[in-house]
Structures are given as C-alpha cells and as structure tokens.
Design a protein around this ligand. Structure first.
Ligand code: GLN
Length: 264
C-alpha cells in the first residue's frame, strides 16, 4: 500500500479521537515513522509497526506524547508524560518576554520549566541566559536534553518553586499549574495524560500565584519584569496580587499573560 492510501486509512481509524485533525495526525504518525513521500510503499511489516502507535492514540493519549516530540515557537522539543505538552497559547508569553529582552537585560528565570520550552525558546531566539527551575528531576533532565538539541545551554535548578533559587534576574517567566479543582475534576480525556503536578493550582487555581506574590521580589531585579501565564478567568485575581500588572491577550482574544513591571 502506498503512503497516501495508508494515510486515508489511518485517518479513518483516528477520526473518533482526533476529529477533523485525523488526516493531519495520520500524516504526522507516518512521517515520524519515516514515511514522508505520498507514493512511498508501505510493507506489511511497516503497517504492523504503526499499529501500536494508532492503538495508543485511540486510548485518547495526545499525539505529542506518542511522537515523543512537538514543536513550540518554531523549535523542536522532546516531550514525555512527565511534562506538559507545549501549547500555542504559551507562545504569547514567549513573544512578550522576547520583546523585552536586550543584551543588557538577558538573565532569565524560567520557573516551573517542564520541557524547558519557554526558557529555551528565549535562549535560542533572544540570546537569553536561562536558569530553569522545576520540582521534577525528570522535567529538568528533559530540559537539559532539549537545550542541547536546540544548541543552547541552560542552568537547571531543582527546587520547590522559588524555595531553593538564588540570584537576581532581569526577567521571570512562568507557566505555573493553574487549573482549579472543578477544572481538574471535569478535565478532558487528553489532559488526563498530562502530569497533575503541572496542571493543578490548588482549589481555586491560584496557589502558585500567591506563593509568587510572597517571594518574587527576592529574585527579580528592581527594574526587572515578570511574565506569568494565567487561565482565562484569572486576570483580575492575579493582577490584584502584583503592582503595575498588565494583561496581554492571546491570539484567541483570551486573557493569557500577566506582565509585572518591576518593583522599584
Ligand atoms: N493551559 C493549560 C490548559 O488549560 C493549563 C496549563 C497550566 O496549568 N499551566 O490545558
């Protein structure tokens, strides 16, 4: 069977979980298995190799975990189930932070780094010198691999939030866990594959912003800036915790990033 035909058949199988993305997902699965050209022949053995991947997808497991990699800010990142899948929503945070970088202001703290995608994107695209922090040793290992893969180096620190972080930074970037208890309880099937540690922000989703409000001044330079991703209903609550807070909307028009402008 040729790749084009296999693509159609896989898309049909994936339709119940992937909906209108089924064809695209079929293409991704084939490409990840080395089949790029539409007229390439697939043998029986090739088709057999694809079966377990399709079966995983049919359990609802998101495609990036099955592929083991995903693109963010135009860069490739290895991903696994220890970290959140990088989302286009978060590119809005990277873009805002990237605009604020300069040769003199490039010491960046990426707090709750997960795959490292935010800090690494800023290092690659903006020359940031990045310290990446996470409570998960698995996440930090992945961040180190992703940094190497993208040709940059980042310093990694294992710490429960800011507790073990020393230093003084020009910028803090952070996509903390911010889902509420009700959001966790009725989360989509796909989110159930992602680590609770990276999603759950306490009963009202705001626990990490409160911790940050109590400790950010210690690690941010007085004229530094902080960029925090928020959930779409958290704009008011999070803005109220910090002085000089502004909100940036994502490309879907949802409040997405709180920018805190220094504390001098
Ligand atoms: N943006 C993610 C979602 O809604 C949540 C990420 C997070 O908690 N930081 O699926």
């Amino acid at each position: 069977m040729i790749v084009r035909k296999a693509e159609q058949e896989i898309a049909k199988q994936l339709a119940p979980v992937a909906g209108e993305d089924a064809r695209l997902e079929a293409t991704f699965l084939l490409r990840a298995s080395g089949f790029h050209s539409p007229y390439q022949e697939l043998t029986e053995t090739d088709a057999e190799m694809l079966k377990p991947l399709i079966a995983r997808r049919l359990t609802g497991e998101p495609l990036p975990y099955i592929l083991g990699e995903w693109e963010f800010f135009g860069l490739p990142f290895e991903v696994n189930r220890n970290v959140l899948i990088p989302r286009p929503d978060t590119e809005c945070l990277v873009e805002a932070a990237w605009k604020a970088l300069s040769a003199e202001r490039n010491e960046v703290l990426d707090l709750c780094c997960g795959s490292g995608c935010i800090g690494i994107a800023l290092a690659v695209r903006g020359g940031a010198r990045v310290t990446a922090v996470d409570i998960s040793a698995d996440a930090l290992e992945l961040t180190e691999r992703n940094a190497r893969r993208n040709g940059v180096s980042v310093r990694t620190v294992r710490s429960d939030f800011l507790d073990g972080v020393e230093g003084s930074f020009d910028m803090i970037v952070c996509n903390p866990p911010y889902l509420t208890k009700p959001e966790m309880d009725c989360r989509d099937a796909a989110l159930r594959f992602e680590p609770e540690l990276a999603l759950y922000g306490g009963a009202d989703g705001l626990a990490f912003y409160r911790r940050l409000a109590a400790s950010w001044r210690r690690v941010l330079k007085p004229d530094g800036r902080m960029f925090l991703e928020i959930g779409m209903t958290q704009r008011e609550d999070v803005s109220a915790m910090f002085p000089n807070a502004e909100c940036i909307e994502d490309y879907g028009g949802r409040p997405r990033v709180i920018v805190v402008n220094g504390h001098d």
